[in-house]
Design a protein around this ligand. Structure first.
Ligand code: 5AD
Ligand code: SF4
Length: 481
């Protein structure tokens, strides 16, 4: 007989899509640790795997902060752990398939260590049909929680252990801003800082507004305090994170916006300031002014295009045209001549015609992106896109995808080649993944560089002469001064 399942809360996509007019609610210090829990988990080890975007990376840093506070130790091998957490992504079906594969592999952990715990959280578990599948087909999973109740994790662990039950607690709600959750950063010179949660755009292909709730911005004073602490600790780079950063504070009505925040963070003198993701529709004159004015705002912008066809953009609910997008790129290049522009593009949105696809290629050739994430459209249960009829075969979608990647690669390689013989600033991340006699890091324009250099300079910004260019990375050597 399997363990009893306790359902404290099940997700509901309809509820998740509600948007009331009320302003954001703020909650402080909501972490309650049951008094006996630290004794129970003393000396126990956890492993966490994070899938998906930076929102998940930050959630995992909060989960790690909570688990370290309870008394768990972090390990790098799931089979060595007493508690395994998979923080999942729901953006496309292939992201979900990977997680199901990994849950399958964790059967081995349960066989070796019957007392171990497995938890699944993140965007996948915010979807009712996924929770049903995990509940029925994956009895090895003990705890299912969501993106809105990370702060309940201590209680969920305590209940799962002391009652020996499986627990499902996933809330579908617009959500709050919870401040003061512990946060553990492995990296000591590069930090992500959340400035907002959720998304109100409801692009018709996207599951995020359902899995992460309403747009909720943090207050400017809380963000600035966190950034100031990072600067004081010697961090070299801060990336402001949100699904829609340039819509920051629209939900607060407090008289400030993203331009205000960006300027205030830039003034803290962090050597490198980045932000992602921006929506092409939400830029203002004030933002352009700040971007052009501060040298520590890095000349690299991620600007999702999604499609170059105005008809597809309209059906995606993107609120801009291809012409608006190209004018925006022109404007940014006027302000910051060397700015690197990267993007996301989806091919095979329902009923995308050959002409629509050609228009995407036209915009790609016009903009000459520095890099791009490309995706084949994946219908997501509960989104308007999933209800649209689609007459385009998967074969055609794959052909278009390959053509898109080839078209992008021409300009990406040409851009990379312009770096040859230049000396560029690189923030050194560490040893290169493929060759530990080399270092690796990113230029101000967010190009990956592998180079020969001094290991003592890890965590510092150094000058690197570029010797060779590949499509997705540069090769160089550190130079003095
Ligand atoms: N299918 C394919 N790609 C998607 N994205 C978001 N939803 C889908 C989907 N249903 C892409 C978008 C977005 C990026 C993070 O993922 O391009 O910008
Ligand atoms: Fe999804 Fe659109 Fe929101 Fe981005 S802006 S998270 S694509 S709904």
């Amino acid at each position: 007989m399997g363990k009893k399942v306790v359902i404290a809360a099940m997700p509901d996509l309809k509820k998740a899509s509600q948007r009331r007019r009320e302003n954001t609610k703020f909650v402080l210090d909501e972490i309650i640790i049951p008094s006996k829990l630290s004794m129970i988990v003393h000396d126990k080890k956890f492993f966490i795997r994070t899938y998906g975007c930076q929102a998940n990376v930050l959630d995992s840093q909060n989960i790690e902060g909570i688990l370290l506070k309870i008394g768990y130790q972090k390990v790098d091998d799931p089979l060595n752990a007493d508690f395994v957490i998979l923080n999942t992504c729901a953006i496309r079906e292939n992201a979900e398939d990977k997680v199901f594969g990994e849950i399958g592999l964790l059967k081995q952990l349960k066989a070796n260590k019957p007392d171990s715990l497995i938890a699944i959280c993140g965007c996948m578990t915010q979807q009712p049909h996924i929770v049903d599948v995990i509940k029925k087909k994956y009895p090895q999973v003990d705890i299912i929680f969501g993106t809105h109740n990370i702060n309940h994790l201590p209680q969920l662990i305590f209940d799962a252990i002391t009652n020996n039950t499986r627990i499902i607690e996933v809330y579908s709600k617009e959500g709050e801003v919870i401040e003061n959750i512990p946060c553990h950063r492995d990296d000591h010179f590069k930090a992500f800082v959340n400035i907002m949660y959720g998304c109100d755009k409801f692009c018709t292909y996207c599951i995020v507004p359902y899995t992460r709730g309403k747009q909720r911005s943090r207050k400017i004073e809380d963000i600035l305090k966190e950034c100031k602490d990072l600067v004081d600790q010697g961090y070299q780079e801060i990336t402001l994170i949100g699904q829609n950063v340039n819509a920051y504070a629209k939900d607060l009505n407090l008289g400030y916006d993203f331009a205000t925040l960006l300027e205030e963070v830039a003034k803290l003198n962090i050597p490198r300031l980045r932000f992602t993701t921006s929506h092409p529709w939400d830029f203002t004159e004030g933002m352009f002014k700040v971007i052009g004015q501060y040298k520590n705002i890095m000349p690299a912008l991620h600007l999702p295009l999604q499609s170059g066809s105005n008809d597809v953009l309209r059906r995606m609910g993107r609120r801009y045209t291809a012409e608006d997008y190209m004018a925006l790129v022109d404007r940014l290049r006027e302000l910051v001549p060397d700015v690197a522009i990267t993007t996301d593009i989806i091919v095979g949105f329902p009923n995308e015609t050959d002409e629509d696809f050609e228009k995407t290629l036209e915009v790609v050739r016009y903009v000459k992106f520095d890099s791009a994430f490309t995706f084949i459209y994946s219908p997501r249960v509960g989104t308007p896109g999933a209800k649209m009829k689609d007459s385009i075969s998967l074969e055609v979608k794959h052909q278009r995808f390959n053509r898109l990647v080839d078209t992008l690669a021409v300009d990406i390689k040409a851009k990379a080649e312009t770096y040859i013989n230049r000396i560029v600033p690189v923030l050194v991340d560490g040893c290169s993944k493929k060759n530990d006699s080399m270092l690796s890091g990113y230029t101000d324009t967010f190009k990956l560089v592998n180079f020969k250099g001094n290991q003592d300079h890890i965590g510092k910004i150094v000058n690197v002469r570029i010797l060779e260019a590949h499509t997705y990375s540069l090769i160089g050597e550190e130079v003095d001064g």
